[in-house]
Structures are given as structure tokens and as C-alpha cells.
Write a protein that binds this ligand. Structure first.
Ligand code: SAH
Length: 254
């Protein structure tokens, strides 16, 4: 950092859980970083990848903004203007419910070069963790990622895709259930709730649209995604043996 050259800000998706879910590109950038501005939900183990960087916690959780957005923008502009390689490390993927729009706008306006490195978003983590494919041949052709809570703080839900994944709904499951019923989802539609997906203390539970409120206590105060519809259903095993060549069907004990 000699202060003469302008730096750059890399938005890096840390993935949803354990640090090894970051991409190789993201990990290599951490190794080169001068400054890392990170969120609350990123794994502390990632620090080992950026030993020479100055780490700044700018986490926002829920509605309690501990550092306001303008301050984060100002910090990125300040460090990059002085020539630093800045990594803005975000939980999951930066492009999904990560305020990337505001942060890019601020940097573009200041003439600072930027790049975005994707990460594994929570919806995909929940699908992987529970082995519930989000798309299913023949029945699940579309997936939507929706925040259940609007800017005004109200819960909203529609019926736009075969599989809908709701973010930021963990503390409002009873309301979400009512909204889903009102939007026309049948009461017995499968619903999967996964909190802290791909962390060692992950919890996953099965419900229906009607019984979803019962999940509140189990997932209370934990980041959770709620998958509704085709992609929430457990795999049906009764069709498997019929589809396999007989030599591949494992023999059962009598
Ligand atoms: N950019 C992030 C989302 C940030 S918004 C991403 O792509 O995943 C924060 C919301 O993400 C939480 O309220 C929760 O709904 C979800 N979330 C983040 N990490 C999660 C995890 N490990 N398990 C389940 N949900 C998670």
C-alpha cells in the first residue's frame, strides 16, 4: 500500500457455514487482502486464510444494525482509495439478500474498481444438507428465492414457483404459515426448515404448510431458510428399485 495507486474491492461470498465452503478464488483473494470487512454470519476460521489482513467486523444481524450501511460504504471507499485490496466478505452469496446493490453503487460512484466472487447461498446449503434437490424431474421446474419479510417489516408470501425458499422467516413462522395458506398453497404441502445449514449444529425439520408454526421453538434465534413445495419433499424410495436394473438392487435380509 503506497497510497498512490487506487485499490479494489472484492465482494466475496463466504458460503453459509463451515469455512471450507468458500470458493478457491475467494480463499486466494483472502490470502492477498490488506483489509477484510466481514459480516456476523461468516466463519471465524476464515481468518487463517488472511493472516496479514486487518479484519473489521461490520456485521448486521436482523434489524439491529450494529454498523450502519453508510459507514460500511465509507470504510470500503476509504481503504480502497488508499490503495488497499479490500475483501468485503459476506455470508452465503453476495448477490442474494446481501445489500450488494447499495455497496456497489457507493463504490461505482467513487470510481473504485470492484469484482464479485459468488458463494453458496443458504437455499442451496439447505438442499445439500438435507439431500432434497430443489428441482425434480417432471414436477419441480422452478425455484424462487424470497425474503419473507418486506422492508416495512410485514410477512408476505405468494405462490410463484414449484419450490419456494424463504429467507429471514425464522422468527415469523406462524405468520408465514398463514400467508402461504392465503396464497393458495394446500395445507398438506411439504415444508422443510433448516437452520444453520452446513454448520456442525445444523437443525432440519419436516412440516407442512399448516403445521409450520410448530417449528418456531426448535429453530428459535437461529438463521433459517424455509423451503416450501416440491423441493421440500423427502425422496420417495418406493420408485427406486423399479427404476434400477435388477443387478443393482441390494439384496435384503429375509
Ligand atoms: N447472502 C446470504 C443471505 C443473507 S440474509 C446467502 O446468500 O445465504 C440472512 C438470511 O440468510 C438469514 O435470515 C437466513 O434466512 C439465511 N441464512 C444464512 N445463513 C444460513 C444458514 N447457514 N442456514 C440457514 N439459513 C441461513
Amino acid at each position: 500500500m503506497d497510497g498512490k495507486q487506487i485499490g479494489k474491492v472484492f465482494f466475496v461470498g463466504a458460503g453459509p457455514g463451515a469455512g471450507d465452503l468458500i470458493t478457491l478464488r475467494g480463499a486466494r483473494l483472502l490470502g492477498r487482502a490488506d483489509v477484510v470487512l466481514h459480516d456476523a454470519l461468516t466463519d471465524p476460521a476464515l481468518r487463517e486464510l488472511a493472516p496479514k489482513a486487518h479484519w473489521v467486523h461490520v456485521g448486521k444481524r436482523g434489524y439491529r444494525d450494529s454498523t450502519v450501511q453508510v459507514e460500511i460504504n465509507a470504510l470500503m471507499v476509504k481503504h480502497a482509495s488508499r490503495g488497499a485490496l479490500v475483501v468485503r466478505l459476506k455470508g452465503g452469496d453476495p448477490s442474494v439478500f446481501g445489500r450488494l446493490e447499495e455497496e456497489l453503487q457507493a463504490l461505482h460512484a467513487a470510481g473504485i474498481p470492484t469484482e464479485v466472487v459468488p458463494g453458496v447461498t443458504a437455499a442451496l446449503a439447505a438442499a445439500a444438507a438435507t439431500q432434497r434437490p430443489l428441482t425434480r424431474r417432471g414436477s419441480g421446474r422452478s425455484v424462487s428465492l424470497t425474503t419473507a419479510v418486506t422492508q416495512a417489516g410485514t410477512v408476505q408470501a405468494g405462490r410463484r414457483a414449484d419450490t419456494e425458499v424463504f429467507y429471514m422467516a425464522g422468527q415469523r413462522l406462524a405468520e408465514l404459515s398463514r400467508r402461504l395458506l392465503a396464497a393458495g398453497w394446500p395445507a398438506d404441502t411439504p415444508v422443510l426448515v433448516v437452520s444453520r445449514a452446513l454448520w456442525p449444529d445444523q437443525i432440519a425439520s419436516d412440516h407442512t404448510v399448516a403445521t409450520l408454526p410448530a417449528a418456531s421453538v426448535l429453530h428459535s434465534a437461529r438463521p433459517a431458510v424455509v423451503t416450501v413445495g416440491v423441493g421440500a419433499a423427502a425422496l420417495a424410495l418406493d420408485q427406486v428399485s423399479a427404476a434400477l436394473p435388477s443387478t443393482l438392487v441390494p439384496e435384503r435380509e429375509p
